[in-house]
Ligand binder design. Structure first.
Ligand SMILES: [Zn+2]
Ligand SMILES: [Zn+2]
Ligand SMILES: [Zn+2]
Length: 89
């Protein structure tokens, strides 16, 4: 799928999509977010780096889950944190 040297992106054959259009963590605390990302390892949907809480990045570091997909309507891309890799699908 990816044309980059990233084993994480290359390993993804089926993209996990958001089950709900909300950040799993922000809804608990009543916070708001800017964009949503879905973890491709466990399927959790969390908020992006433009959001106050940056839950997707924090989750990726804390759980060592490398790849997220955009959960925004019309966006079809994946991002790998450790390799700073980007791929459209
Ligand atoms: Zn990677
Ligand atoms: Zn959040
Ligand atoms: Zn995850």
């Amino acid at each position: 799928m990816a044309d980059r040297d990233c084993a994480h992106l290359n390993a993804i054959t089926i993209v996990k999509h958001a089950k709900k259009r909300e950040c799993d963590e922000c809804v608990k605390t009543g916070d708001s977010w800017v964009h949503l990302r879905t973890c491709q390892e466990c399927g959790r949907t969390l908020c992006c780096d433009n959001s106050r809480n940056r839950h997707a990045s924090r989750h990726a570091k804390a759980s060592a889950h490398p790849v997220i997909a955009s959960a925004e309507p019309g966006e079809r891309w994946l991002y790998c944190y450790p390799d700073d890799g980007f791929a459209e699908y």
